[in-house]
Write a protein that binds this ligand. Structure first.
Ligand code: LLP
Length: 417
C-alpha cells in the first residue's frame, strides 16, 4: 500500500497509525483506509486525464466503496460521483457532493429512484433502455440530461462475472438499438440525450480493450459527452501486471483523439483502481491448527471479503505485528464463515502466525466493504481512515442491537404457536 510502512519494531503502520493499535481501539474485522493515498490517487487520476483531454471528468464509481467519507473526499478532490441506486445517491447527496456532478446508473431502476434523482437535480441519468424512457416520460416536467448506455461489443478478457462489454451483457443496448432510441428521443421535450455511456468490465489488465471500446462509439454519431466507464485492473499480488495509470490514460485519450469530436467531454468512472490499494482489512487470528494442513483462522471471512469467493481474488496477507519477519509458515488462511470456500488466501506465506496476531489483507479497499453481509450473524465491520498518524472513524461497526432490530420479535408478533 502507498503509505504503509514497517516500524523499527516490525509493526505495520498505515497513514502513520499502527495496525495492531487500530484493531485494539476499533475491533476486528476492520477496514482501514490510507486517506492520503486515496486523495493522491484521486488527484493523479483527475490531473492525469485533464492534462491529456482538458474537457474531462473523473467520476468515483462509488459502488467500489460506498462510505460517506469517501464521497466527501472524492468531491473535495474535484471528482464527479457515479451512483448505481437510491442508497448510493442518498450517500452522495448527504456528503455534500454537487448534484450536477452526480450521475445515476441501473439496469432495473425504480420509479422512486428516478423521482429522487430528478428532484435532486443530478447531472445525468444513464438510460438502460425503453423502460427508463417510459418512467421518465411519466415524471419529467422539465429537461433532464441523459446518457445512453451502449454495449460496445468488446471482450475485456476478464472473468465472466465482471465482463459487461460483450453482446450478451445485461447492461445497456446493442449499437443498432441504441441508434434507434437516440433517433426516437431527438425531438423529446424533456429527455435530452447528451451522450453515450459504456463500461466493458472490471479488473481489466490490458489497455487495448478500452481503446477498442472507445472506437466502437464512432458509428453512433457525434455527441457532447462520452463516458467510457471504469475497469482498470489492480495488482493484488506479484503475478498481476496491470497497466499503469499513465499507460491507461495514454491509451484511452489516444483512442479518443482518433474517434471523438474535438472538444467533447470525456468522462471515466474508476472504482477499484481508485480505492483498492488505499484500503486494507485487519483481522484477529482466533485459531491456529495443524491437521491435514496448517490452518490460520481469523475472525472475518466471506461476510466481509465476499469477493474472494466471487472472483477468486488472490490477496496478499501480512502479519501486522511482525511485518518485516521472513515468512516461515505456509498456511490456509481461512475465515470463520461456514463454507469451505471461505478461504481468504490459499497457501498464505506467514511469519510465525499465532493466536491473537493481527493479520492484514492488503489492497482490499475496493468491493470488500461494499459486499459485506451478515453471514452467520457476522456484524458489518467498522471503517477507519488514517492520515498523518491520526485515525477517524468513518463507519461504526454494526451492533447486535441493530442486527436483531431488523427482525420482528416476540414483543410485536408471536411466532411460537
Ligand atoms: N462503471 C460501471 C457502470 C460499473 O458497473 C462498474 C463496476 C464501474 C464503473 C467501476 O469499475 P471498476 O473501476 O471498479 O472496475 N464484485 C466485483 C466488482 C464488480 C464491478 C461492478 N461494476 C469485485 O468484488 O471485485
Amino acid at each position: 500500500p502507498p503509505n504503509a510502512a514497517v516500524r523499527a519494531d516490525g509493526v505495520l503502520e498505515v497513514g502513520g497509525c499502527s495496525l495492531p493499535a487500530l484493531t485494539e481501539e476499533f475491533g476486528t474485522p476492520l477496514y482501514v483506509v490510507d486517506e492520503q493515498g486515496l486523495r493522491d490517487r484521486m488527484r493523479a487520476y483527475r490531473e492525469g486525464l485533464a492534462a491529456r483531454w482538458p474537457n474531462s471528468q473523473v467520476a468515483f464509481a462509488s459502488k467500489s466503496f460506498p462510505v460517506l467519507a469517501a464521497y466527501a473526499i472524492a468531491a473535495s478532490e474535484g471528482l464527479a460521483i457515479d451512483v448505481a441506486g437510491a442508497g448510493e445517491l442518498l450517500l452522495a447527496l448527504e456528503s455534500g457532493a454537487p448534484p450536477e456532478l452526480i450521475h445515476l446508473h441501473g439496469n432495473a431502476k425504480s420509479h422512486e429512484e428516478l423521482v429522487l434523482a430528478v428532484d435532486a437535480g443530478i447531472g445525468a441519468i444513464v438510460l438502460d433502455g425503453e423502460a427508463d424512457v417510459e418512467r421518465l416520460d411519466a415524471l419529467l416536467t422539465r429537461p433532464q440530461d441523459v446518457l445512453i448506455r451502449i454495449i460496445p461489443g468488446v471482450d475485456p478478457r476478464v472473468p465472466k462475472a465482471i465482463s459487461t462489454g460483450g453482446a450478451t451483457s445485461k447492461f445497456g443496448l446493442p449499437i443498432p438499438q441504441a441508434k434507434a432510441l437516440i433517433a426516437r428521443l431527438a425531438e423529446h421535450p424533456f429527455i435530452n440525450v447528451v451522450g453515450l455511456h459504456l463500461h466493458i468490465g472490471s479488473q481489466v489488465l490490458e489497455v487495448e480493450p478500452f481503446e477498442r471500446a472507445v472506437e466502437a462509439v464512432r458509428e453512433l454519431g457525434e455527441f457532447p459527452v462520452y463516458n467510457i466507464g471504469g475497469g482498470l485492473g489492480v495488482n493484488y499480488n506479484v503475478r498481476h501486471n496491470a497497466p499503469t495509470l499513465d499507460e491507461y490514460l495514454d491509451g484511452i485519450t489516444a483512442a479518443a483523439k482518433r474517434v471523438l469530436p474535438a472538444g467533447s467531454r470525456l468522462i471515466i468512472e474508476p472504482g477499484r483502481s481508485l480505492v483498492a490499494r488505499a484500503g486494507m482489512t485487519a483481522y484477529r487470528v482466533n485459531n491456529v491448527k495443524r491437521t491435514g494442513a496448517t490452518f490460520v483462522a481469523v475472525d472475518g471471512g466471506l461476510a466481509d471479503q465476499l469477493n474472494v469467493a466471487l472472483m477468486n481474488m488472490e490477496f496478499t496477507p501480512i502479519v501486522a505485528d511482525r511485518a518485516s519477519a521472513q515468512p516461515d509458515t505456509v498456511a490456509q488462511l481461512v475465515g470463520r464463515q461456514c463454507e469451505s470456500g471461505d478461504l481468504l488466501v490459499d497457501r498464505a506465506e506467514l511469519a510465525a502466525p499465532a493466536t491473537g496476531d493481527t493479520i492484514v489483507l492488503a489492497a482490499t479497499g475496493a468491493y470488500g466493504y461494499t459486499l459485506s453481509n451478515n453471514y452467520n450473524g457476522a456484524l458489518k465491520p467498522a471503517v477507519v481512515f488514517c492520515r498523518n498518524g491520526e485515525s477517524r472513524l468513518a463507519v461504526r461497526r454494526q451492533t447486535y442491537a441493530e442486527f436483531l432490530g431488523h427482525h420482528v420479535g416476540p414483543s410485536e408478533e408471536s411466532w411460537s404457536s
